[in-house]
Ligand binder design. Structure first.
Ligand SMILES: [Zn+2]
Length: 341
């Protein structure tokens, strides 16, 4: 079905990943990123963190573990956008889900045997920030929070004319008079949608914000996902049109694209704090926890907490208040029977 993400297989290096320092040096006139095992450094050379697959001693090839990152994990993009962009935190994510699948601008060579898949941490950071900002903007659009939207958009746009003049000045769609310092994402968006300025009205930030989210998501999807005709049934008698990610980064942005187009709803688990998708048909009791396991754990924790407070001498009414329960339930938990008996 169009809009579906086909089962997507990705890989994690079996021996995990590590952080390395790479240095940009000239090799026969060509700039090359090089890793020095001894930490030697060339004066003034540009240095960057690199995340690279481990190759255990004596091994010649990387042993990849193939897996399906999206199955049962419709919120992976939310977890990704929340990575604290420190090298160690990025490494932890990569060890679990693999590299993002960036094309590297330069082959990395070095005295260490690094013919490996490797990615710059700076590219990860940029990707995380881009997704974080797009998500923030989308959430504000959903809430229709006009003051916050106005503030968020301030770095990317400004109203330079009354909307009527704006429209007439751009009716050709050429936008020759666009400010030169305009954000490149906008410039590309305006080129693709030459009449979009006609839709904007001075001071109305909601539509520009939606366009901005659309512009970012479309840019990030470009070249990272492909439409594919795939079998739709086990008998191989029907085809379906699917979007297939080319990389983990593509898969994460496809998830985001699904989230905004299908107006999906997400919530944080009250027990483990991870995101989960709210299925509107799910029983009410399940809606605050990502799983039955977390719901049971939260219930047990509340019982334990109730007994602790009770042993400290707190009144059942007060405990019920504090734990968001009722007195009878709390009496049941502390196993002291009904107070009226
Ligand atoms: Zn949970």
């Amino acid at each position: 079905m169009p809009g579906e993400i086909f089962d997507f297989e990705w890989f994690v290096n079996g021996a995990g990943y590590r952080l390395l320092r790479a240095e940009k040096v000239r090799d026969g006139g060509q700039p090359v990123w090089r890793i020095s095992p001894n930490g030697d450094r060339h004066e003034g050379a540009e240095r960057r963190w690199l995340i690279a697959a481990n190759l255990p001693a004596g091994e010649r090839v990387f042993q990849d573990k193939h897996y399906n990152p999206l199955s049962g994990n419709s919120c992976l993009f939310l977890a990704f956008a929340e990575i604290d962009p420190e090298p160690e935190k990025i490494l932890a994510f990569a060890n679990k889900y693999g590299l993002l699948g960036f094309e590297m601008e330069n082959p990395v060579s070095g005295t260490m045997s690094l013919t490996s898949p490797a990615e710059f941490i700076s590219m990860w950071k940029e990707e995380i920030t881009t997704m974080q900002r797009a998500l923030d903007l989308w959430r504000l659009v959903e809430k229709q929070d006009i003051p916050a939207l106005t503030e968020s958009l301030a770095p990317y746009m400004r109203w330079i004319e009354a909307d009527t003049e704006f429209r007439s000045g751009n009716s050709t769609g050429a936008h020759d008079d666009l400010p030169r310092d305009l954000d490149p994402k906008w410039l590309r968006y305006f080129r693709m949608n030459p009449h979009c300025l006609d839709w904007f009205r001075t001071g109305n930030v909601l539509l520009p914000a939606r366009c901005r989210v659309q512009a970012v998501v479309n840019e990030q999807l470009t070249g990272r996902t492909s439409p594919r005709v795939l079998w739709d049934d086990a008998e191989r008698s029907r085809w379906g049109l699917y979007f297939v990610p080319n990389s983990l980064a593509g898969a994460l942005w496809l998830q985001m694209a699904q989230a905004i187009t299908l107006k999906k709803d997400y919530r944080r688990c009250r027990q483990c704090n991870t995101w989960f998708e709210i299925d509107h048909y799910t029983a009410r009791t399940n809606r605050y926890f990502c799983s039955n396991a977390c719901r049971s754990k939260a219930y047990r924790d509340r019982q334990i907490e109730a007994r602790r407070l009770f042993d400290q001498g707190m009144e059942a009414e007060e405990i019920a208040d504090q734990l968001g329960s009722d007195t009878v339930t709390v009496w049941g938990w502390v196993n002291r029977g009904n107070p009226r008996e």
